[in-house]
Structure formats: C-alpha cells, structure tokens
Design a protein around this ligand. Structure first.
Ligand SMILES: NC(=O)C1=CN([C@@H]2O[C@H](COP(=O)(O)OP(=O)(O)OC[C@H]3O[C@@H](n4cnc5c(N)ncnc54)[C@H](O)[C@@H]3O)[C@@H](O)[C@H]2O)C=CC1
Ligand SMILES: N[C@@H](CCC(=O)N[C@@H](CSC=O)C(=O)NCC(=O)O)C(=O)O
Ligand SMILES: [Zn+2]
Ligand SMILES: [Zn+2]
Length: 379
C-alpha cells in the first residue's frame, strides 16, 4: 500500500520520562514537509549518548521523546524541494547535518553545520517548529534530528547520507556514530602522523575505533587505558599495543603514562565522558606538542580544569563531534571503505536484538562485554 503523503502508524520506543523504561508505543508519523525526508529505519544501534540523554543529565534532553541516532534505513518519501534523495535510496541519518551553504559548512574549518542545529536541539523540525511524531494527538519530541528508535522517522534533508545500496544496513548503521567518531577523531581532529605514540582512555566502541584509526595512521605505540582488565584482549585486535589499568597504580595515571613514554604521548583521546580523566588525558601529553582530544560526552554541570601552565608549555586541548567528518559527503566514503574491507565495522557488533527488546539491550550496553547492540526494527 502506498504510504506517501499519509500518516504512518508504526512502533517506536518512547522515553516518557528520564530513566523510566522505554515503552513500545503505536506512534503516528506525519508525512515529510518541505526539505524533509521520511525514512523507514531498518536497523539501529544503541549509543551511550542515548543512555546519557535518557538519564536526564543532558541539558538538551526533552521528554517525551524518541531517542536513537546510529541507524540505517531506506527513504520512504520526500517532501517538497528535496532533490538529493528519493524513495528507495539506502541512507544513514546523520545527527551532524551538512547543508553546504551555512557559515560553518562554507568555513572549511569545521564539520558542524548551523542550518538545523537549533531546531534539532529542541526536538522539532525547522520548517514549522513542530514534531512529526505524535501519539493520539500528543506530540513526542525528536532527538538529535534522527529519532531512530522508531520504525519510521522524519529528518531534515541536510541530515541524510545516501549510501551504496549494496552495503549491509545491519552493519553500516554503526557508521552513523561511534565508529565514525573514533576514526575521525584520529584522522581529522588530531591528524595523527606515522610513528606517533597514542594514548586512548576508555576502550569501548569509540576508544577502539580511535585505536583502529591510530593503527591505520601508522602510530608506533597505542596505549589503551581502562579500569576493566577484560578490555585488553579484545583491544589488541583493534591495534592497542599496551594496556594500563589505573587501578593497578598508586601514582596518578598521567604520571604512569609519562614514565612509560619518556615524557608523554604525542596524542591522547578521552573516550569516556569523565572530566577527571579528561584532565589526565591532557596532562599525559608531551610538553611542547602533545595534543589531547576530548571525545566523551560529560553531563550537564561538569567542567574541565587543568593548570594553564599545561597549555602555556605547549600541550593542546581539543574536542571532536562526529570525528570532524562532513556527514553527507564523507559517510558514503566510509561505507565504501568498509565495502573494500579497509575499515572494521562487524567487529564492533557484539549483540543483535529486536526493537521490542530495547530495554534489555540498554541493560547490556552497561555491561563490559557489550560494544554495540544492533536492533532489528521490523521483526
Ligand atoms: N563526541 C562525539 O561525537 C561522540 C561522543 N561519544 C561519547 O563517547 C563516549 C564513549 O562512548 P562508548 O565507547 O560508546 O562508551 P563505552 O561506555 O562503551 O566505553 C567507555 C569505556 O571507558 C571505560 N572507563 C570508564 N571509566 C573509566 C576510567 N575512569 N578510566 C578508564 N576507563 C574508564 C569503561 O570500562 C569502558 O570500556 C561516551 O561518553 C559517548 O557519549 C559517542 C559518540 C560520538
Ligand atoms: N546535548 C548534549 C550534547 C552532546 C554531544 O556533545 N553530542 C555530540 C555527539 S555524541 C554522539 O553520540 C555532538 O556531536 N555534539 C555537537 C552538537 O552539535 O551537538 C549536551 O548538551 O550535553
Ligand atoms: Zn552516538
Ligand atoms: Zn551548514
């Protein structure tokens, strides 16, 4: 049955309140308006940022909402004026938009785009500042401009990356966030050179993708730091050459790393979201040139600190969003790299479940053994 122009009723996991179990509801999804695209989401993974917003600690968290931002699907219909995708196209929705026209996109200095960011930060579509999701007339907020925990979602056209239709959507959905972010933190934000010594704090999906990216960039040593000893064996497969558990040491971890590396690392990456570890990651960098990249997302109210002397003496503190990748242009390129077996994706998927099992999937995400859990949306 043709659904174009019709309201679609489908299943979605709704976060009614912070920290309360998600509820699978019948949700009405309105047709896309001008500049919008309605997607049939086939697979979505869970990311810790979904859990963070669900926890109530995200200042942009609004409830009720439909979370989810690491997914892949097919274009169901497009609104007026949409020219770059059409029904049937295989796509990855991108929480970092790329309009190619705004001051940010044209700067050549950042992957951040301002066209829809203000609207996506308050859970609505840009055109009429309303949500396309409702339950019996009650609006449900969008999340990160993606809301992929729904069988159908509406996104802005500037937030859709069209990909190779031969790519397995159940795998490449991961390129919608975690893997892409880790690779890009190394390649785009830090620009790690061959021979560099790298420290990765936190060996979850993002940290492992940092390690993978650092290995590909030719790093000579990749030191993985995690409080869970079980993380090391798996991390070796992603390029980590040495493992340090801060709990095994009396000294501050930055001192341990400096002692191991004749004065500090060339690059460090914080992939946890812990502001105290962010300080350690900066301070384990080599005097004169060491660069530390913040990747982890810390809760509202958290602040970073260090002695300004750390920066005066040449260390550089940076951050990255979506690994600095331009979404519509470069996500298809990453998919092609995956198809050519130049980057890993399958190796990050430790579990597969269904939409109906989403609460159990979040429980798993908090267990050390789980990297990414992919949900099949239409079973
Ligand atoms: N900037 C961006 O664009 C993005 C940021 N993120 C953020 O990146 C962070 C990491 O994400 P995932 O890898 O999915 O998380 P994860 O929870 O799977 O991995 C975190 C790792 O850090 C370890 N850890 C926890 N506390 C530690 C400590 N004090 N010292 C050393 N290790 C510690 C844990 O054992 C775990 O292995 C999250 O904060 C997430 O929200 C995720 C995607 C994109
Ligand atoms: N709303 C949050 C912002 C959290 C955040 O920093 N998000 C990252 C992506 S995390 C993906 O898993 C990001 O891209 N930030 C840039 C942006 O424009 O949001 C908060 O306020 O803490
Ligand atoms: Zn994410
Ligand atoms: Zn833009």
């Amino acid at each position: 049955m043709a659904t174009q122009g019709q309201v679609i009723t489908c299943k979605a996991a709704v976060a009614w309140e912070p920290n309360k179990p998600l509820v699978i509801e019948d949700v009405q999804v309105a047709p896309p308006q001008a500049g919008e695209v309605r997607l049939k989401i086939l697979f979505t993974a869970l990311c810790h940022t979904d859990a963070y917003t669900w926890s109530g600690k995200d200042p942009e968290g609004l409830f009720p909402c439909i979370l989810g931002h690491e997914a892949a699907g097919i274009v169901e219909s497009v609104g007026e004026g949409v020219t770059e995708v059409q029904p049937g196209d295989h796509v990855i929705p991108c929480y970092t938009a790329e309009c190619r026209e705004c001051k940010f996109c044209k700067s050549g200095k950042t992957n951040l785009c301002s066209k829809v960011r203000e609207a996506t930060g308050v859970g609505v579509m840009l055109g009429d500042r309303k949500s396309r999701f409702s339950i019996n007339g009650t609006p449900i907020y969008h999340f990160m401009g993606t809301s992929t925990f729904s069988q159908y979602t509406v996104v802005h056209d500037v937030s859709v990356a069209k990909i190779d239709p031969k790519a397995p959507l159940e795998k490449v959905c991961l390129l919608g966030c975690g893997v892409t972010t880790g690779l890009g933190a190394v390649w785009n934000t830090a620009k790690v050179e061959p021979g560099s010594i790298v420290a990765v704090f936190g060996l979850g999906t993002v940290g492992l993708a940092v390690a993978e990216g650092a290995k590909a960039a030719g790093a000579s040593r990749i030191i993985g730091i995690d409080i869970d000893n079980n993380k090391f064996d798996r991390a070796k497969n992603f390029g980590v050459t040495e493992f340090v558990n801060p709990k095994d040491h009396q000294k501050p971890i930055q001192q341990v790393i400096m002692d191991l590396t004749d004065g500090g690392v060339d690059y460090s990456f914080e992939c946890i979201g812990n502001v105290s570890v962010m300080r350690s990651a900066l301070e384990c960098c080599h005097k004169g040139w060491g660069t530390s990249v913040i990747v982890g997302v810390a809760a509202a109210g958290q602040e970073i600190s260090t002695r300004p002397f750390q920066l005066v003496t040449g260390r550089v503190w940076k951050g990255t969003a979506f690994g600095g990748f331009k979404s519509r242009t470069q996500v298809p390129w990453l998919v092609d790299k995956y198809m050519k077996k130049e980057i890993k994706v399958d190796e990050y998927i430790t579990h597969t479940m269904t939409l109906g099992e989403i609460n159990e999937a979040f429980d798993l995400l908090h267990e050390g053994s789980c990297l990414r859990c992919v949900l099949e949306m239409h079973t």
